[in-house]
Design a protein around this ligand. Structure first.
Ligand code: IFM
Length: 473
């Protein structure tokens, strides 16, 4: 808590963008470099990938996972890692490694299981206890309000009224936790939801139609606006409110005009469709003709929320080719020379690119890397400490890339590794292991990987001002 409160009071000093603090001394007034808040390092997870279904209402992802053939390993999200039941075990392991911040999400279907309005007291109490358990271990809770799980009663993003429903839910969570939670994130990766869930249909709700995808873009943007308002109305003084986007540099597969055109369209759909309106630029010119029929008077003002910080989720660049698909484009393979994890290519320099490009286009809003991580086959799990050396190497490379962006003047304030534990990776089920902590989904046994112990040391090497309590690798 001390670090957290110091950080908040230092931010108060910095409010208004002052670059120096004036310190009066007996001999006059000296300009001193302003104290920066320490670089935050933590881990991230989401409710829908870690919590069991116990005690909550049915969600869009329950429906999807229960549909045969949708999840590649045939698993469901019935138990995930039982974080709702076992969070103290995970928090103990994180504390032992000196981890100082944990980005979790709250499950809308747990807070409002059956319908709008009055929230579930048991649902709110669970998160209240979780937050207390984090604070008791010196771990600062960062809370995301929407990380993809929609209660079935609330419908889906083709309907613009879902934004008001989500804001109502968010208000209940902030009213309960706002005395202790100081960092709020409205939505996580609305682009993944719109593209994977509504345009290609590989995620819940499994729709594959461009018009549905466009509606999902606009109605999630509206949700960011209304949820941010709901948080600001109830959060305690000094709290900071942001939202998180998966931002990726987009490259054409070849230099053909068709591939370049497809890449520009994808860049507009993936990046610009969310970031441009958030930062008061409206929809990108390429998309505006498609989006305008959805935009009502006042929407663009609601969406342009001026976040206190922007969360950046980055894994790799995205390569695009022209195709007969819904938007005239398709994903292409990453270049063959790149190393690959089970989920993504390893492209640390793309992280520097994304951070610098975001600052250049959208200005000096403080940035946090709210996700980056590596899905690996970690080898034998339960015979001693899991020695995931490659994860440590990759993490070190990504941290170096983040530090390079900071050296170029980007106001980068922290990084959250995805993910705290191995978990349920959506349509990939339990096959992808991103965690710093291994979890066996059959037994729910936990085991810290070597990378958990060395994480803080890697951070410290690149960010000497990182929050305290860091062990050397
Ligand atoms: O697991 C996901 C997370 O839910 C959103 N960002 C990407 C992660 C890895 O695929």
């Amino acid at each position: 808590m001390d670090d957290q409160h110091n950080e908040l009071s230092r931010r108060t000093i910095l409010a208004g963008g002052a670059a120096t603090a004036m310190i009066a001394t007996a001999s006059g007034t000296l300009a001193q470099p302003a104290a920066r808040p320490p670089f935050v390092w933590g881990v991230a997870a989401s409710a829908a990938q870690t919590e069991s279904r116990q005690g909550r209402g049915r969600s869009n992802w329950d429906v999807f996972a229960d549909t045969p053939g949708k999840i590649s390993d045939g698993s469901t999200n019935a138990r995930c890692t039982e974080f709702d039941l076992r969070y103290e075990q995970d928090l103990d392991l994180l504390k032992a490694a000196g981890v100082k911040a944990f980005r979790i999400s709250t499950a809308w279907p747990r807070i409002q299981p059956d319908g709008p309005g009055k929230p579930s007291a048991a649902g709110l109490d669970l998160y209240s206890k979780m937050v207390d358990a984090m604070l008791a271990r010196g771990i600062d809770p960062w809370v995301t309000l929407f990380h993809w799980d929609v209660p079935v009663w609330a419908g889906d993003f083709r309907d613009r009224d879902i934004a008001a429903r989500m804001a109502d839910y968010a208000g209940h969570v902030v009213a309960k936790l706002g005395d202790r939670v100081k960092h709020w994130i409205a939505l996580n990766e609305p682009n993944s939801v719109a593209l994977a869930g509504y345009i290609v249909g590989l995620h819940a709700p499994g729709i594959a139609e461009l018009p549905a995808g466009l509606a999902a873009i606009h109605h999630q943007n509206l949700s960011i606006g209304l949820v941010t308002q709901a948080i600001r109305a109830r959060a305690s003084a000094g709290s900071l409110v942001g939202t998180t986007h998966n931002i990726a540099p987009v490259r054409p597969h070849t230099q053909s005009d068709a591939d370049k055109k497809a890449a520009s369209m994808f860049d507009a759909l993936w990046n610009g469709a969310f970031l441009d309106p958030l930062f008061a630029r409206g929809y990108p010119a390429l998309l505006a003709p498609l989006m305008n029929p959805l935009v009502k008077p006042g929407d663009l003002t609601t969406i342009a929320v001026k976040p206190d910080f922007l969360g950046v989720n980055y894994y790799q660049r995205i390569y695009i080719k022209a195709d007969a698909g819904p938007a005239g484009l398709a994903l292409a393979d990453s270049p063959a020379n790149l190393e690959k994890t089970a989920s993504f290519a390893v492209e640390p320099d793309g992280l520097t690119e994304v951070l610098v490009a975001t600052r250049d286009r959208y200005g000096d809003t403080p940035l946090y890397i709210t996700e980056t991580g590596f899905a690996l086959d970690d080898g034998p799990k339960w015979a001693g400490r899991i020695n995931d050396a490659r994860r440590q190497e990759y993490l070190d490379q990504y941290l170096a890339a983040a530090a390079a962006a900071k050296a170029k003047g980007v106001d980068l304030r922290g990084l959250f590794y995805w993910s705290a534990t191995d978990n349920w990776e959506w349509a990939d089920g339990f096959k992808k292991h991103f965690g710093l902590i291994a979890v066996d989904p059959a037994t729910q046994r936990r085991g810290a990987k070597r990378s958990l112990a060395t994480y803080g040391g890697h951070v410290r090497r690149h960010f000497p001002d990182a929050t305290a309590n860091v062990r050397k690798p």
